[in-house]
Write a protein of this length. Structure first.
Length: 131
């Protein structure tokens, strides 16, 4: 999580937050359910390099304007690297994969695949902060 390039820039990825957004029937992407507290346990220590992240995603009753009677909903998932103070790290410093859309069904596991967070290499960082 802490490449030499990040250390030179004075940045540390302290935690990673999963961003989960419901896609409405009209195709609009909604608020971040993790940040809103609707879904919990969306953050983990940066040193965790694999495994299953346990959280429950509500499938029904999230959008009062959505009257579809189904046990599945579409969501957009993405990653947000966080600094020690909890603020998101600027995307110009740390790159994350593009958001992915998945259909979530009641009782099913959702596979988001492998995601890689990319920080700058030491040789690509200008050590002089004035340049």
């Amino acid at each position: 999580c802490d490449s030499q390039g990040l250390q030179i820039k004075g940045v540390t990825i302290n935690r990673v937050r999963l961003k989960i957004q419901l896609v409405s029937a009209g195709g609009l992407v909604g608020e971040d359910l993790c940040e809103a507290g609707v879904v919990t346990r969306c953050e983990w220590q940066c040193g965790r390099s694999g495994g299953t992240t346990p959280f429950n995603i509500p499938v029904t009753d999230l959008d009062p304007n959505d009257d579809r009677e189904t046990e599945e909903r579409e969501y957009v998932f993405s990653l947000v690297p966080l600094s020690a103070d909890g603020s998101p790290i600027d995307p110009s410093i740390v790159q994350v994969p593009p958001p992915v859309r998945r259909l979530v069904r009641v009782g099913d596991l959702v596979d988001l695949g492998l995601w890689m967070i990319v920080g700058p290499a030491a040789e690509d960082v200008d050590e002089d902060p004035d340049n």
